[in-house]
Design a binder for this molecule. Structure first.
Ligand SMILES: [Fe+2]
Length: 250
């Protein structure tokens, strides 16, 4: 029996679903998309069938892997979490990781550049791009933690206490959200450029330990960024917009 048919029997045709909805349903599938090189965060609106076609991945091959992931153990249901808890989780889990990683990777890149940039000229570009990511992410997280997340918390509490929300100076919550989404695209494409410059983190034959650690850390940083952006773009932000609309209607 073809694996594709299995999904039809389950009354769920994953192939016509948006990639982000598959990840929303089971967060463990994020690693699967990562492994197949499919962007599920900033480009989460793409339909699975089309994404597979674009990346030249057979439906059956993907279905087998998806089946394995879906049959594995329990997974956190982020889309059902309380919004305040979700923002705290993002801060504690992702923002704190970014804050620790940025200076750590910066130091590694400096070391690498000093020792090897004469032979591997692309290292200077990698360092420059990562320095931009550092500046952008630092300011981005500050805006989220000081402006957007407190606003989401306010909306959630307003709902809890049955009050009507007062709109802020910037109008609807969609405005700061659009800004944050644009910044996610910028950070995501910067990390993609680094991946391209390093030929998908392929180490040179004479790579020293610093080289190996730096590539591993950069790779991990990008993967964490994808999960982080997915939680915000595809779960937190749409739910906050929906909540604001609901509260303003009442
Ligand atoms: Fe963000």
């Amino acid at each position: 029996m073809k694996t594709e048919t299995l999904y039809m029997e389950n009354k769920k045709d994953y192939f016509v679903m948006k990639v982000k909805d598959i990840v929303n349903e089971n967060f463990r599938t994020a690693s699967l998309f990562e492994n197949f090189g499919i962007d599920y965060c900033c480009n989460g609106n793409q339909i699975l069938k089309e994404a597979l076609e674009k990346n030249k991945i057979s439906n059956d091959r993907f279905a087998v892997e998806l089946n394995k992931v879906n049959q594995s153990t329990e997974t956190p249901r982020y889309n059902e979490w309380d919004l305040i808890f979700l923002t705290q989780y993002i801060i504690n889990n992702h923002h704190s990781y970014v804050r620790t990683s940025l200076p750590h990777i910066t130091k590694l890149l400096q070391k690498l550049q000093t020792a090897h940039s004469s032979k591997y000229s692309y290292l200077a570009d990698v360092q420059n791009i990562f320095s931009q990511v550092t500046d952008e992410m630092t300011s981005h997280m500050m805006k989220e933690e000081r402006i957007l997340f407190p606003l989401i918390k306010y909306l959630a509490e307003t709902q809890k206490f049955n009050e009507k929300p007062k709109t802020g100076g910037f109008g609807t919550i969609k405005n700061p959200i659009l800004q944050m989404e644009a910044e996610h695209v910028s950070a995501g494409s910067a990390m993609e450029t680094i991946r391209t410059l390093t030929n998908n983190y392929t180490l040179p034959n004479d790579a020293c330990t610093t080289f190996k650690i730096t590539y591993k850390e950069l790779d991990e940083f990008e993967k964490d960024l994808h999960k982080h952006v997915h939680l915000e773009n595809n779960i937190l932000f749409p739910r906050a917009i929906e909540l604001e609309e609901l509260l303003l209607k009442n």
